[in-house]
Design a protein around this ligand. Structure first.
Ligand code: SF4
Length: 223
């Protein structure tokens, strides 16, 4: 039995076909993240201790009405691993017949390590070559991310490695170094996401950035 603490929900997307590949999902955005990536899509979710979304009990009640219509619930953020109640929330979701996806940057590797029995799929965000993480996240973070990624890879769970291509933070040479590190860990595929500006416009990713990654890693997908 998993101890139940409520999670703090920062937002809810009721239907998504893109947040868990191949699954119809609801996305629960968890409030709070200790990192400060300049390109963060959800900066309103960074502060902990506030709540921008529904109560978790309200989400559970709503999920009850979606049985047979949705496959899975994806916990996203913010950084879901910040939530003490994440394992309990995942357990409650599974109990209602849904699969579980997790979006994480690996901020708390020890918490991640205990979650794999409850998780069906992981979307893992990588930021930079591990020694350069603080430049992107504004925090001491590379060792945690590397350890968390190694846990994902060892878990045997399906996963997707994603990176936001912000060329004000990462040069093509950085991208190539990062890809080389990922390959050494056993990654053979990466999804590159374009940087999205506050006005919703996405910035094109340069050919040299893509080529530097593709020179190291088996498959580079643009999204
Ligand atoms: S780790 Fe994710 S949620 Fe946290 S600041 Fe960076 S992009 Fe935003």
């Amino acid at each position: 039995m998993v101890a139940l603490h409520p999670i703090t929900v920062g937002g809810l997307t009721r239907f998504s076909t893109v947040d868990y590949p191949g699954r119809l999902s609801a996305v629960v955005f968890c409030q709070g993240c200790p990192w400060r990536c300049p390109y963060c899509h959800n900066p309103h979710l960074q502060p902990a201790g506030v709540r921008n979304g529904p109560l978790w009990t309200e989400v559970l009640d709503w999920l009850q009405t979606r049985r047979g219509m949705l496959d899975s619930v994806v916990f996203s953020g913010g950084e879901p691993l910040l939530q003490r109640g994440l394992a309990g929330a995942m357990w409650q979701v599974r109990e209602r017949g849904f699969g579980v996806g997790l979006h994480t940057a690996g901020v708390y590797p020890d918490r991640l390590a205990g979650l794999f029995p409850l998780v069906d799929w992981v979307g893992f965000d990588v930021k930079a070559p591990f020694c350069d993480y603080p430049r992107v996240t504004g925090a001491k973070s590379g060792n945690a991310a590397q350890r968390a990624l190694s846990y994902v890879l060892a878990s045997g769970k399906p996963y997707e490695i994603r990176c936001t291509a912000d060329e004000t933070l990462l040069s093509p040479a950085d991208a190539g170094r990062m890809a080389g590190q990922l390959v050494k860990l056993g990654v053979d595929h990466i999804v590159l996401q374009a940087k999205r500006m506050v006005n919703g416009v996405t910035l094109p990713i340069s050919a040299s950035f893509i080529e530097a990654m593709a020179a190291e890693i088996g498959r580079v997908e643009l999204r």
